[in-house]
Design a protein around this ligand. Structure first.
Ligand code: PA5
Length: 482
Protein backbone atom coordinates (compact mmCIF):
# COMPACT_ATOMS: atom_id res chain seq x y z
CA UNK A 1 0.00 0.00 0.00
CA UNK A 2 2.71 2.48 1.03
CA UNK A 3 4.27 2.32 -2.43
CA UNK A 4 1.07 3.50 -4.05
CA UNK A 5 0.31 6.51 -1.87
CA UNK A 6 1.92 9.87 -2.37
CA UNK A 7 1.44 13.17 -0.52
CA UNK A 8 3.41 16.38 -0.41
CA UNK A 9 2.89 18.62 2.64
CA UNK A 10 4.85 21.86 2.54
CA UNK A 11 4.95 24.12 5.59
CA UNK A 12 7.96 26.18 4.48
CA UNK A 13 5.88 29.28 3.68
CA UNK A 14 4.89 29.74 7.31
CA UNK A 15 8.48 29.64 8.55
CA UNK A 16 9.82 32.95 9.76
CA UNK A 17 12.82 32.56 7.42
CA UNK A 18 10.45 32.71 4.43
CA UNK A 19 7.90 35.11 5.88
CA UNK A 20 9.79 38.03 7.27
CA UNK A 21 6.92 40.29 8.32
CA UNK A 22 6.34 38.89 11.80
CA UNK A 23 3.62 36.53 10.52
CA UNK A 24 5.81 33.41 10.39
CA UNK A 25 6.79 30.89 13.04
CA UNK A 26 10.29 31.18 14.49
CA UNK A 27 12.01 27.85 15.31
CA UNK A 28 11.15 28.46 18.97
CA UNK A 29 7.46 29.12 18.24
CA UNK A 30 7.34 26.04 16.03
CA UNK A 31 8.93 23.82 18.63
CA UNK A 32 6.50 25.08 21.31
CA UNK A 33 3.55 24.57 18.99
CA UNK A 34 4.78 21.06 18.17
CA UNK A 35 5.12 20.22 21.86
CA UNK A 36 1.57 21.41 22.48
CA UNK A 37 0.28 19.41 19.51
CA UNK A 38 2.06 16.28 20.77
CA UNK A 39 0.52 16.66 24.24
CA UNK A 40 -2.92 17.18 22.68
CA UNK A 41 -2.44 14.09 20.50
CA UNK A 42 -1.48 12.06 23.58
CA UNK A 43 -4.61 13.24 25.38
CA UNK A 44 -6.77 12.29 22.39
CA UNK A 45 -5.09 8.88 22.26
CA UNK A 46 -6.06 8.35 25.92
CA UNK A 47 -9.64 9.44 25.20
CA UNK A 48 -9.68 6.95 22.34
CA UNK A 49 -8.28 4.17 24.53
CA UNK A 50 -10.98 4.95 27.11
CA UNK A 51 -13.65 4.59 24.41
CA UNK A 52 -14.71 8.26 24.58
CA UNK A 53 -13.88 9.04 20.96
CA UNK A 54 -14.10 6.59 18.09
CA UNK A 55 -12.88 8.16 14.84
CA UNK A 56 -9.24 6.94 15.18
CA UNK A 57 -10.46 3.33 15.25
CA UNK A 58 -12.71 3.47 12.17
CA UNK A 59 -9.94 2.64 9.64
CA UNK A 60 -9.43 -0.68 11.45
CA UNK A 61 -13.05 -1.88 11.15
CA UNK A 62 -12.22 -3.91 8.06
CA UNK A 63 -14.71 -6.68 8.78
CA UNK A 64 -17.54 -4.15 9.00
CA UNK A 65 -16.40 -2.55 5.74
CA UNK A 66 -16.47 -5.93 3.99
CA UNK A 67 -20.00 -6.61 5.29
CA UNK A 68 -21.13 -3.21 4.03
CA UNK A 69 -19.61 -3.79 0.62
CA UNK A 70 -21.37 -7.18 0.37
CA UNK A 71 -24.69 -5.52 1.20
CA UNK A 72 -23.95 -2.77 -1.33
CA UNK A 73 -23.21 -5.38 -4.01
CA UNK A 74 -26.74 -6.72 -3.43
CA UNK A 75 -28.14 -3.20 -3.82
CA UNK A 76 -26.33 -2.77 -7.13
CA UNK A 77 -28.10 -5.87 -8.45
CA UNK A 78 -31.58 -4.68 -7.42
CA UNK A 79 -31.54 -0.95 -8.13
CA UNK A 80 -30.40 1.68 -10.62
CA UNK A 81 -30.49 4.80 -8.41
CA UNK A 82 -29.46 5.61 -4.87
CA UNK A 83 -30.94 8.55 -3.02
CA UNK A 84 -29.12 9.46 0.19
CA UNK A 85 -31.03 11.56 2.72
CA UNK A 86 -29.04 13.32 5.43
CA UNK A 87 -27.41 16.59 6.33
CA UNK A 88 -24.10 17.90 7.69
CA UNK A 89 -21.85 15.05 8.75
CA UNK A 90 -24.39 12.56 7.43
CA UNK A 91 -23.97 13.88 3.88
CA UNK A 92 -20.80 15.86 3.27
CA UNK A 93 -18.30 13.00 3.54
CA UNK A 94 -20.13 10.92 0.93
CA UNK A 95 -20.30 13.90 -1.41
CA UNK A 96 -16.60 14.66 -0.89
CA UNK A 97 -15.39 11.15 -1.64
CA UNK A 98 -17.81 10.55 -4.50
CA UNK A 99 -16.84 13.76 -6.29
CA UNK A 100 -13.22 13.30 -5.25
CA UNK A 101 -12.87 10.00 -7.11
CA UNK A 102 -14.58 11.37 -10.19
CA UNK A 103 -18.33 11.63 -9.51
CA UNK A 104 -20.84 10.73 -12.19
CA UNK A 105 -18.21 10.63 -14.94
CA UNK A 106 -16.30 7.82 -13.16
CA UNK A 107 -19.32 5.99 -11.72
CA UNK A 108 -19.09 2.20 -11.33
CA UNK A 109 -22.29 1.55 -9.41
CA UNK A 110 -25.70 3.07 -8.68
CA UNK A 111 -26.44 6.63 -9.77
CA UNK A 112 -25.88 8.51 -6.50
CA UNK A 113 -27.58 11.68 -5.32
CA UNK A 114 -27.19 13.13 -1.86
CA UNK A 115 -30.12 15.28 -0.76
CA UNK A 116 -28.98 17.55 2.06
CA UNK A 117 -31.56 20.30 1.86
CA UNK A 118 -35.30 20.65 2.36
CA UNK A 119 -35.75 23.59 0.03
CA UNK A 120 -38.99 22.44 -1.65
CA UNK A 121 -37.89 23.90 -4.99
CA UNK A 122 -34.93 21.55 -4.94
CA UNK A 123 -36.19 18.53 -3.07
CA UNK A 124 -39.52 17.88 -4.84
CA UNK A 125 -38.04 17.96 -8.36
CA UNK A 126 -35.19 15.76 -7.13
CA UNK A 127 -37.60 13.21 -5.74
CA UNK A 128 -39.69 13.28 -8.93
CA UNK A 129 -36.56 12.67 -10.99
CA UNK A 130 -36.02 9.29 -9.28
CA UNK A 131 -37.65 6.14 -10.70
CA UNK A 132 -38.91 4.85 -7.36
CA UNK A 133 -39.34 1.29 -8.65
CA UNK A 134 -35.59 1.00 -9.03
CA UNK A 135 -34.40 3.51 -6.42
CA UNK A 136 -32.83 2.62 -3.10
CA UNK A 137 -33.15 5.21 -0.34
CA UNK A 138 -30.52 5.41 2.39
CA UNK A 139 -31.58 7.78 5.18
CA UNK A 140 -28.83 8.76 7.58
CA UNK A 141 -29.19 10.48 10.94
CA UNK A 142 -26.92 9.70 13.86
CA UNK A 143 -29.32 11.30 16.34
CA UNK A 144 -32.50 10.48 14.46
CA UNK A 145 -33.86 13.81 15.64
CA UNK A 146 -32.96 16.02 12.69
CA UNK A 147 -36.17 17.55 11.32
CA UNK A 148 -34.82 17.93 7.78
CA UNK A 149 -33.92 14.27 7.38
CA UNK A 150 -37.18 13.12 8.96
CA UNK A 151 -39.22 15.25 6.56
CA UNK A 152 -37.21 13.95 3.59
CA UNK A 153 -37.65 10.37 4.78
CA UNK A 154 -41.44 10.71 5.11
CA UNK A 155 -41.64 12.09 1.56
CA UNK A 156 -39.37 9.38 0.20
CA UNK A 157 -41.43 6.66 1.90
CA UNK A 158 -44.59 8.12 0.37
CA UNK A 159 -42.93 7.87 -3.06
CA UNK A 160 -41.67 4.33 -2.40
CA UNK A 161 -45.13 3.19 -1.28
CA UNK A 162 -46.80 4.64 -4.37
CA UNK A 163 -44.35 2.88 -6.66
CA UNK A 164 -43.81 -0.38 -4.81
CA UNK A 165 -46.84 -0.95 -2.59
CA UNK A 166 -46.11 -3.33 0.29
CA UNK A 167 -42.53 -3.84 -0.90
CA UNK A 168 -41.52 -0.26 -0.03
CA UNK A 169 -39.39 -1.42 2.90
CA UNK A 170 -37.16 -3.45 0.57
CA UNK A 171 -35.95 -0.16 -0.91
CA UNK A 172 -35.01 1.50 2.37
CA UNK A 173 -31.97 1.43 4.64
CA UNK A 174 -31.52 3.54 7.78
CA UNK A 175 -28.14 4.42 9.28
CA UNK A 176 -28.24 5.68 12.85
CA UNK A 177 -27.19 5.17 16.47
CA UNK A 178 -27.19 1.48 17.52
CA UNK A 179 -29.69 1.96 20.35
CA UNK A 180 -30.99 5.53 20.64
CA UNK A 181 -33.23 7.94 18.76
CA UNK A 182 -36.35 7.86 16.59
CA UNK A 183 -34.58 6.41 13.54
CA UNK A 184 -33.42 3.41 15.58
CA UNK A 185 -36.90 2.88 17.04
CA UNK A 186 -38.46 3.22 13.58
CA UNK A 187 -36.03 0.75 11.99
CA UNK A 188 -36.52 -1.80 14.76
CA UNK A 189 -40.31 -1.53 15.00
CA UNK A 190 -40.89 -1.58 11.21
CA UNK A 191 -38.23 -4.19 10.46
CA UNK A 192 -36.36 -1.86 8.09
CA UNK A 193 -32.77 -2.76 7.20
CA UNK A 194 -30.35 -0.65 9.21
CA UNK A 195 -26.70 -0.10 10.01
CA UNK A 196 -25.17 1.60 13.03
CA UNK A 197 -22.83 4.51 13.58
CA UNK A 198 -20.61 3.83 16.61
CA UNK A 199 -21.98 5.91 19.52
CA UNK A 200 -18.57 7.55 20.08
CA UNK A 201 -18.29 8.83 16.48
CA UNK A 202 -19.96 12.17 15.76
CA UNK A 203 -21.44 13.18 12.40
CA UNK A 204 -18.54 15.13 10.91
CA UNK A 205 -16.03 12.43 11.93
CA UNK A 206 -18.15 9.58 10.55
CA UNK A 207 -17.33 9.37 6.84
CA UNK A 208 -15.31 6.17 7.35
CA UNK A 209 -18.21 4.43 9.13
CA UNK A 210 -21.40 3.04 7.54
CA UNK A 211 -22.44 6.68 7.04
CA UNK A 212 -20.04 7.06 4.12
CA UNK A 213 -19.06 3.49 3.36
CA UNK A 214 -22.49 2.06 2.50
CA UNK A 215 -23.69 4.71 0.01
CA UNK A 216 -20.23 4.99 -1.50
CA UNK A 217 -19.92 1.22 -1.93
CA UNK A 218 -23.36 1.10 -3.57
CA UNK A 219 -22.13 3.76 -5.99
CA UNK A 220 -19.07 1.62 -6.74
CA UNK A 221 -16.50 3.32 -4.50
CA UNK A 222 -14.38 0.89 -2.49
CA UNK A 223 -14.75 1.29 1.27
CA UNK A 224 -11.93 -1.20 1.85
CA UNK A 225 -9.53 1.02 -0.11
CA UNK A 226 -10.72 4.14 1.73
CA UNK A 227 -9.98 2.44 5.03
CA UNK A 228 -6.61 1.16 3.78
CA UNK A 229 -5.63 4.75 2.92
CA UNK A 230 -6.76 5.96 6.34
CA UNK A 231 -4.75 3.18 8.02
CA UNK A 232 -1.72 4.26 6.02
CA UNK A 233 -2.13 7.82 7.32
CA UNK A 234 -2.61 6.50 10.84
CA UNK A 235 0.72 4.65 10.56
CA UNK A 236 2.46 7.79 9.22
CA UNK A 237 1.06 9.69 12.20
CA UNK A 238 2.17 7.01 14.66
CA UNK A 239 5.57 6.53 13.04
CA UNK A 240 7.10 9.99 12.54
CA UNK A 241 8.34 12.41 15.16
CA UNK A 242 8.17 16.18 15.54
CA UNK A 243 8.30 18.33 12.42
CA UNK A 244 8.67 15.24 10.20
CA UNK A 245 5.19 14.16 11.22
CA UNK A 246 2.76 15.87 8.82
CA UNK A 247 -0.19 15.52 11.22
CA UNK A 248 1.67 17.08 14.14
CA UNK A 249 3.30 19.72 11.95
CA UNK A 250 -0.09 20.65 10.46
CA UNK A 251 -1.78 20.73 13.86
CA UNK A 252 1.07 22.85 15.26
CA UNK A 253 0.98 25.37 12.42
CA UNK A 254 -2.80 25.70 12.27
CA UNK A 255 -3.22 25.96 16.01
CA UNK A 256 -0.60 28.74 15.97
CA UNK A 257 -2.83 30.67 13.55
CA UNK A 258 -5.91 29.72 15.56
CA UNK A 259 -4.81 31.02 18.93
CA UNK A 260 -1.22 32.41 19.13
CA UNK A 261 -1.31 34.67 16.08
CA UNK A 262 -5.05 34.35 15.49
CA UNK A 263 -6.27 34.61 11.93
CA UNK A 264 -10.07 34.72 11.91
CA UNK A 265 -10.31 33.19 8.44
CA UNK A 266 -8.85 29.97 6.99
CA UNK A 267 -9.10 29.71 3.22
CA UNK A 268 -8.81 26.44 1.34
CA UNK A 269 -7.80 27.22 -2.24
CA UNK A 270 -8.37 24.05 -4.27
CA UNK A 271 -6.91 23.18 -7.66
CA UNK A 272 -8.54 20.13 -9.19
CA UNK A 273 -11.94 18.66 -10.05
CA UNK A 274 -13.73 17.21 -7.04
CA UNK A 275 -11.63 19.05 -4.48
CA UNK A 276 -14.29 21.73 -4.01
CA UNK A 277 -16.53 19.03 -2.48
CA UNK A 278 -13.69 17.89 -0.24
CA UNK A 279 -13.38 21.53 0.82
CA UNK A 280 -17.08 21.57 1.76
CA UNK A 281 -16.55 18.55 3.97
CA UNK A 282 -13.53 20.25 5.54
CA UNK A 283 -15.52 23.47 6.11
CA UNK A 284 -17.96 21.65 8.35
CA UNK A 285 -15.19 19.77 10.13
CA UNK A 286 -13.14 22.91 10.80
CA UNK A 287 -16.00 25.29 11.51
CA UNK A 288 -18.13 23.07 13.71
CA UNK A 289 -15.26 21.44 15.61
CA UNK A 290 -13.32 24.59 16.47
CA UNK A 291 -15.90 27.38 16.60
CA UNK A 292 -16.63 27.19 20.32
CA UNK A 293 -16.48 28.94 23.66
CA UNK A 294 -13.71 27.89 25.98
CA UNK A 295 -14.74 26.96 29.55
CA UNK A 296 -13.65 30.53 30.50
CA UNK A 297 -16.23 31.89 28.05
CA UNK A 298 -13.77 33.30 25.48
CA UNK A 299 -14.69 32.45 21.91
CA UNK A 300 -12.31 30.65 19.57
CA UNK A 301 -12.66 29.60 15.93
CA UNK A 302 -11.79 30.34 12.36
CA UNK A 303 -14.21 30.96 9.51
CA UNK A 304 -13.51 28.24 6.94
CA UNK A 305 -13.68 29.70 3.43
CA UNK A 306 -13.38 28.02 0.04
CA UNK A 307 -11.91 29.27 -3.19
CA UNK A 308 -11.62 27.34 -6.45
CA UNK A 309 -8.54 27.67 -8.62
CA UNK A 310 -8.29 29.10 -11.17
CA UNK A 311 -11.78 30.62 -11.20
CA UNK A 312 -11.51 32.52 -7.94
CA UNK A 313 -8.14 34.00 -8.83
CA UNK A 314 -10.29 36.44 -10.79
CA UNK A 315 -12.69 37.00 -7.92
CA UNK A 316 -11.06 36.57 -4.50
CA UNK A 317 -7.31 36.98 -4.92
CA UNK A 318 -7.34 40.79 -4.95
CA UNK A 319 -8.88 40.70 -1.46
CA UNK A 320 -6.51 37.99 -0.27
CA UNK A 321 -3.49 39.91 -1.49
CA UNK A 322 -4.23 43.50 -0.50
CA UNK A 323 -7.08 43.18 1.98
CA UNK A 324 -6.78 42.59 5.72
CA UNK A 325 -4.05 40.22 6.95
CA UNK A 326 -6.67 38.09 8.70
CA UNK A 327 -6.27 34.81 6.83
CA UNK A 328 -4.21 31.63 6.76
CA UNK A 329 -4.24 29.73 3.46
CA UNK A 330 -4.15 26.07 2.55
CA UNK A 331 -3.57 25.33 -1.13
CA UNK A 332 -4.68 21.84 -2.10
CA UNK A 333 -4.22 20.17 -5.46
CA UNK A 334 -4.03 16.78 -7.11
CA UNK A 335 -0.42 16.08 -8.01
CA UNK A 336 -1.16 14.92 -11.50
CA UNK A 337 -4.78 14.87 -12.55
CA UNK A 338 -6.33 12.68 -15.25
CA UNK A 339 -6.64 14.54 -18.52
CA UNK A 340 -3.49 14.90 -20.61
CA UNK A 341 -4.71 17.09 -23.48
CA UNK A 342 -2.57 19.73 -25.18
CA UNK A 343 -3.47 23.25 -26.29
CA UNK A 344 -3.21 23.44 -30.13
CA UNK A 345 0.02 24.81 -31.53
CA UNK A 346 -1.66 27.56 -33.54
CA UNK A 347 -4.53 29.99 -33.34
CA UNK A 348 -3.27 32.50 -30.83
CA UNK A 349 -3.56 36.24 -30.67
CA UNK A 350 -0.10 37.79 -31.06
CA UNK A 351 1.84 37.55 -27.81
CA UNK A 352 0.07 34.42 -26.52
CA UNK A 353 1.96 31.89 -28.65
CA UNK A 354 3.81 30.54 -25.59
CA UNK A 355 0.61 28.66 -24.67
CA UNK A 356 0.63 26.66 -27.90
CA UNK A 357 1.40 22.96 -28.19
CA UNK A 358 1.72 22.42 -24.45
CA UNK A 359 -0.43 20.44 -22.00
CA UNK A 360 -3.29 22.56 -20.66
CA UNK A 361 -2.20 21.20 -17.28
CA UNK A 362 1.03 23.23 -17.53
CA UNK A 363 -1.07 26.38 -17.45
CA UNK A 364 -3.15 25.05 -14.53
CA UNK A 365 0.01 24.27 -12.53
CA UNK A 366 1.56 27.62 -13.41
CA UNK A 367 -1.55 29.36 -12.07
CA UNK A 368 -1.27 27.38 -8.82
CA UNK A 369 2.38 28.37 -8.39
CA UNK A 370 1.76 31.98 -9.45
CA UNK A 371 -1.08 32.47 -6.97
CA UNK A 372 0.91 30.99 -4.12
CA UNK A 373 3.88 33.15 -5.08
CA UNK A 374 1.82 36.34 -5.24
CA UNK A 375 0.21 35.74 -1.85
CA UNK A 376 3.54 34.79 -0.33
CA UNK A 377 5.06 38.03 -1.64
CA UNK A 378 2.20 39.85 0.06
CA UNK A 379 3.26 38.22 3.34
CA UNK A 380 0.41 35.74 3.75
CA UNK A 381 0.95 32.47 5.67
CA UNK A 382 0.47 29.54 3.29
CA UNK A 383 0.49 25.74 3.57
CA UNK A 384 0.68 23.63 0.40
CA UNK A 385 -0.73 20.15 0.11
CA UNK A 386 -0.55 17.90 -2.92
CA UNK A 387 -2.53 14.68 -3.11
CA UNK A 388 -1.03 11.97 -5.33
CA UNK A 389 -4.11 10.60 -7.07
CA UNK A 390 -7.87 10.88 -7.33
CA UNK A 391 -8.54 7.51 -5.76
CA UNK A 392 -10.06 5.96 -2.66
CA UNK A 393 -6.78 5.30 -0.86
CA UNK A 394 -5.61 8.91 -1.18
CA UNK A 395 -8.98 10.31 -0.16
CA UNK A 396 -9.23 7.99 2.84
CA UNK A 397 -5.77 9.08 3.92
CA UNK A 398 -6.46 12.77 3.33
CA UNK A 399 -9.78 12.86 5.19
CA UNK A 400 -8.29 10.96 8.09
CA UNK A 401 -5.35 13.39 8.10
CA UNK A 402 -7.73 16.35 8.48
CA UNK A 403 -9.79 14.63 11.16
CA UNK A 404 -6.65 14.27 13.25
CA UNK A 405 -5.39 17.80 12.56
CA UNK A 406 -8.78 19.25 13.49
CA UNK A 407 -9.13 17.20 16.65
CA UNK A 408 -5.62 18.13 17.80
CA UNK A 409 -6.12 21.82 16.95
CA UNK A 410 -9.33 21.80 19.03
CA UNK A 411 -7.60 20.18 21.95
CA UNK A 412 -4.74 22.73 21.69
CA UNK A 413 -7.27 25.58 21.69
CA UNK A 414 -8.96 24.28 24.84
CA UNK A 415 -12.32 23.39 23.28
CA UNK A 416 -14.07 20.06 22.75
CA UNK A 417 -13.76 19.38 19.02
CA UNK A 418 -16.45 16.71 19.17
CA UNK A 419 -19.53 18.57 20.37
CA UNK A 420 -21.77 21.08 18.56
CA UNK A 421 -24.01 22.87 21.07
CA UNK A 422 -24.87 25.62 18.57
CA UNK A 423 -26.13 23.14 15.97
CA UNK A 424 -28.16 21.28 18.60
CA UNK A 425 -29.84 24.51 19.73
CA UNK A 426 -30.90 25.25 16.14
CA UNK A 427 -32.38 21.75 15.86
CA UNK A 428 -34.33 22.16 19.10
CA UNK A 429 -35.77 25.55 18.08
CA UNK A 430 -36.71 24.25 14.61
CA UNK A 431 -38.63 21.34 16.14
CA UNK A 432 -40.33 23.72 18.59
CA UNK A 433 -41.36 26.09 15.78
CA UNK A 434 -42.82 23.12 13.91
CA UNK A 435 -44.94 22.27 16.97
CA UNK A 436 -43.04 19.42 18.65
CA UNK A 437 -45.00 17.98 21.59
CA UNK A 438 -43.99 19.50 24.93
CA UNK A 439 -42.12 22.41 23.36
CA UNK A 440 -44.87 25.06 23.76
CA UNK A 441 -43.02 27.13 26.35
CA UNK A 442 -39.80 27.19 24.33
CA UNK A 443 -41.72 28.17 21.19
CA UNK A 444 -43.53 31.02 22.98
CA UNK A 445 -40.29 32.36 24.50
CA UNK A 446 -38.56 32.28 21.15
CA UNK A 447 -41.43 33.98 19.30
CA UNK A 448 -41.77 36.64 22.01
CA UNK A 449 -38.06 37.47 21.82
CA UNK A 450 -38.29 37.74 18.03
CA UNK A 451 -41.37 39.98 18.19
CA UNK A 452 -39.75 42.28 20.75
CA UNK A 453 -36.56 42.83 18.79
CA UNK A 454 -35.70 46.15 17.18
CA UNK A 455 -36.88 45.90 13.63
CA UNK A 456 -35.51 47.66 10.58
CA UNK A 457 -37.34 45.83 7.84
CA UNK A 458 -38.06 47.48 4.51
CA UNK A 459 -40.51 45.72 2.23
CA UNK A 460 -41.10 46.94 -1.29
CA UNK A 461 -44.09 45.50 -3.11
CA UNK A 462 -46.58 46.31 -5.83
CA UNK A 463 -46.24 48.01 -9.21
CA UNK A 464 -44.68 46.22 -12.13
CA UNK A 465 -41.08 45.87 -13.32
CA UNK A 466 -41.91 48.13 -16.27
CA UNK A 467 -42.72 50.89 -13.78
CA UNK A 468 -46.42 51.29 -14.74
CA UNK A 469 -47.86 51.66 -11.26
CA UNK A 470 -46.38 53.29 -8.19
CA UNK A 471 -44.58 51.01 -5.77
CA UNK A 472 -45.61 50.76 -2.16
CA UNK A 473 -42.78 50.84 0.35
CA UNK A 474 -43.24 50.11 4.02
CA UNK A 475 -40.65 50.46 6.67
CA UNK A 476 -41.05 48.99 10.10
CA UNK A 477 -38.77 50.21 12.81
CA UNK A 478 -38.57 50.38 16.57
CA UNK A 479 -39.80 47.55 18.79
CA UNK A 480 -42.39 45.28 17.30
CA UNK A 481 -45.06 44.59 19.88
CA UNK A 482 -46.25 41.05 20.26
O1 PA5 B 1 -21.26 16.86 12.93
C1 PA5 B 1 -22.37 16.78 13.44
O2 PA5 B 1 -22.58 16.09 14.45
C2 PA5 B 1 -23.58 17.47 12.82
O3 PA5 B 1 -23.25 18.37 11.85
C3 PA5 B 1 -24.53 16.41 12.25
O4 PA5 B 1 -23.84 15.62 11.33
C4 PA5 B 1 -25.75 17.01 11.58
O5 PA5 B 1 -26.34 17.96 12.40
C5 PA5 B 1 -26.75 15.91 11.26
O6 PA5 B 1 -27.05 15.21 12.42
P1 PA5 B 1 -27.74 13.79 12.40
O7 PA5 B 1 -26.82 12.86 11.71
O8 PA5 B 1 -27.93 13.45 13.83
O9 PA5 B 1 -29.02 13.94 11.67
Amino acid sequence: MAGGIDFRFDFSLVHEGNLRNGEGLTPLKMSRALGRAQRAANKLASRHAAGEIGFPGLPFLEKEARALSRYAAGMRKRFTHLLVLGIGGSALGTKAVYEGVGGESARKGLRLTVADNVDPDGFFPLLRSHPMKTTAVVAISKSGGTAETNAQLALAIEGLKKANGKKWKDHLVLITDPSRGVFRRFADSEGIASFSVPPNVGGRFSVLSAVGLLPLAAAGVSGEKLLAGARWMESVFRGARGEKNPVLAGAAVYSHYLTDNPKPVHVWFTYGEGLARVAEWWQQLWGESLGKRRPSGTPVGQTPARAVGVTDQHSQVQLYQDGPADKVFTFVKWMGGREKGNVPAQGFAPGMEMLGGRPLRDLFHAEFEATIGALWKAGRPIVRMEVGKRDEAHLGAFLHYWEWVTAIAGECAGVDPFDQPGVEEGKIITRALMGEKGSGKRREEFLRAMRNRDSAEIRIAGGSPSGGKRRRATRRSGKERG
